[in-house]
Design a binder for this molecule. Structure first.
Ligand code: 13P
Length: 253
């Protein structure tokens, strides 16, 4: 049995005051950590204080991106060592917005995934196709390639601990969700690819999230699918009420 992982990706939303208030309210409502992993990926600026505020609760804090080097002259960046020192457990790597606006590539994603493991962080590695790629029928090959390049060089143990988020770009922030069947089909393709790259055991262990307009109204159907082990949620993670409902859905997955 794979433990569901429900993660909010706040992107560049919320002030620190709003973030702190949200976390104070939600931290006592997050499910038992042995049943669901509940994560908020917050802006880097808030990580230290939010991490201190969730101590002793089942809510966990993640970062939205990081640099691949331990340290260096990279103005404005944050490093895996800095995240690890704060005790941050998760980091999103290669979100489609990072690929689109900040020139991240499969090669840089792969370096960052390696760096995450080097510093004891769990990467949430994002993959997904554009609308054009979906319409041309190349979803499977695009996503398989992103998975193969992203996981390249990882040990079996590291690969099995990686969280892969399948986020079709056309479903992000658009209100258009992939149908549960379509999402499951692609998550199944991802799992099969992991089996081909490693073995069946690794493929059975790796957790695959779906992301793209997930909300309380559709999460249960998505989580009911064989290959969907969680959700990476933007808009619906910004309100306490809907985020708590999403976490609760994880309990019934
Ligand atoms: O990009 C996403 C999560 O990383 C999805 O965003 P929405 O849930 O707002 O579509």
């Amino acid at each position: 049995m794979r433990k569901p992982i429900i993660a909010g990706n706040w992107k560049m939303y919320k002030t620190f005051s709003e973030a702190k208030e949200f976390v104070e309210e939600v931290k006592g409502l997050a499910p038992d950590a042995s049943k669901v992993d509940s994560v908020i990926c917050a802006p880097a600026l808030f990580l230290q204080q939010l991490q201190a505020s969730v101590e002793g609760s089942t809510l966990q804090i993640g970062a939205q991106t990081m640099h691949e080097e331990k340290e260096g002259a990279f103005t404005g960046e944050i490093s895996p060592a800095q995240l690890a020192d704060l005790g941050i457990p998760y980091v999103i790597i290669g979100h489609s917005e990072r690929r689109q606006y900040f020139n991240e590539t499969d090669a840089s994603v792969n370096k960052k995934v390696h760096a995450a493991f080097e510093f004891g962080l769990t990467p949430i590695m994002c993959v997904g196709e554009t609308l054009e790629q979906r319409e041309s029928g190349s979803t499977g090959s695009i996503v398989e390639n992103q998975v193969a390049e992203g996981l390249k060089g990882l040990t079996e143990e590291q690969a099995s601990k990686t969280v892969i988020a399948y986020e079709p770009i056309w479903a992000i922030g658009t209100g258009k969700t992939a149908t549960a069947e379509d999402a499951n089909e692609v998550c199944g393709i991802i799992r099969k690819k992991v089996a081909a790259l490693y073995n069946d055991e690794t493929a059975q262990q790796i957790r695959i999230q779906y992301g793209g307009s997930v909300k309380p109204a559709n999460i249960e159907e998505l989580l009911g699918m064989e290959h969907i082990d969680g959700a990476l949620v933007g808009g619906a993670s910004l309100e306490t009420e809907s985020f708590v409902k999403l976490l609760e859905a994880g309990l019934h997955a």
